[in-house]
Write a protein that binds this ligand. Structure first.
Ligand code: PMP
Length: 355
């Protein structure tokens, strides 16, 4: 640390992303990426001519991408904000709307407390129940901006639309941000509520269900006034936040609904097959509605399981947080990836003489 860092940032512990090892070394089930390549339409859109145009700045309005998103969800471009990954959208949302305190579940996406710290906000964590379910009533009248992931991460558990509406309706004077990074894999979106609640901000990503984690594309859907506020902040920070090739990739991926549907269905089928197999081996597995599983075995900690799998060439994710000591997160990969993962898990149990 240099002597020039702002003293308020001295205690900042940055977000730690999952490992990104060299390709091909591991079966990589640790960062919730899609096992499928982007839509073939994306590959066509990013051609030589477009690459040559990289000498030009990208479109600071991102209008074609906003149009494609708006058409998909029955909104207008004025209801859509685009960012460099949903992490950027989340960060700009905290910057624009959080005042003093942010309220979030005690177990949720690890970036929320980091943003809070970065922007000098207090984070009020609301405990989950023992089974990781969310006590909805404790999010009503929160008295500050509320941030939720639905489905939640890393538990995979989803809230019903009624419960999301209770939380939104219960906080009319603060922005309620619903992070729907994983919603396409089987949860109910808060989208139908946008027209009725001008303080509801939905944040989504192209990283999971649209196979574009490396393109860095996220978006927000909300009442036009909230979107205008986000644009004001973005244009005061980074007007060219989305590069030319990612803009094209995003439009192509959003329009290829048939490919999107196929990928999502394949991930969901694979998730359910893997969950069932793990339960058969004695794991506790939550009812995940995301593209990952959250699983614990009574015989070992998540870290021991992580280490044993890593030694066998499979990467999953675990945390040091005491609330997450037992459960590991396993991203859903291809059929071959998950077959290998289950095979290595069986071998680990056999090694320890666990039936
Ligand atoms: N929200 C949640 C809940 C996530 O798990 C992630 C992925 N790490 C993100 C947002 C950010 O995704 P991205 O920046 O790739 O859009």
């Amino acid at each position: 640390m240099s002597r020039f860092l702002r003293p308020t940032l001295e205690g900042l512990a940055p977000y730690v992303p999952g490992e990104q090892p060299r390709a091909g070394v591991y079966v990589k089930l640790n960062t919730n990426e899609s096992p499928f390549p982007p839509s073939p339409a994306v590959l066509e859109a990013i051609n030589r001519d477009e690459t040559a145009r990289l000498r030009l700045y990208s479109d600071p309005t991102a209008l074609p991408l906003k149009q494609a998103i708006a058409e998909t969800y029955g909104l207008t471009p004025g209801n859509v904000f685009c960012g460099n990954g949903s992490d950027e959208v989340l960060g700009l949302s905290f910057l624009a709307f959080a005042q003093g305190t942010v309220v979030a579940p005690a177990v949720s996406y690890g970036f929320y407390p980091v943003f809070a710290r970065l922007f000098g906000l207090k984070m009020r964590e609301v405990d989950l129940r023992e089974d990781f379910s969310l006590p909805v009533e404790n999010f009503e009248n929160a008295g500050a901006m509320v941030v939720l992931a639905n489905p939640n991460a890393p538990t995979g558990l989803a809230l019903s639309l009624e419960d999301v509406e209770r939380i939104v309706a219960g906080n009319p004077d603060h922005v309620v941000l619903v992070d729907e990074a994983y919603v396409d894999f089987g949860a109910q979106s808060a989208l139908p509520l946008i027209r009725r609640y001008p303080h509801l901000l939905i944040v989504r990503t192209f990283s999971k269900s649209r196979s574009l984690a490396g393109a860095r594309l996220g978006y927000a859907l909300a009442d036009a006034a909230l979107i205008d506020d986000l644009e004001r902040v973005r244009n005061s920070f980074h007007p060219y936040n989305i590069n030319r090739l990612s803009l094209l990739a995003g439009v192509a991926a959003m329009r290829d609904t048939a490919y999107f549907d196929r990928c999502v269905q394949a991930v969901v089928a694979q998730r359910d097959r893997t969950a069932q197999a793990l339960r058969g081996m004695g794991f506790h597995v939550t009812d995940s509605r995301a593209n990952f599983l959250f699983a614990a075995h009574p015989a070992f900690t998540a870290r021991a399981y992580y280490q044993a799998l890593k030694a066998r060439g499979v990467l999953i994710r675990c945390w040091d947080d005491p609330r997450l000591r037992e459960h590991a997160r396993i991203s859903i990969g291809s059929d071959a990836d998950m077959t290998r993962f289950l095979q290595e898990t069986r071998a680990i149990l056999a090694e320890r003489s666990i039936p």
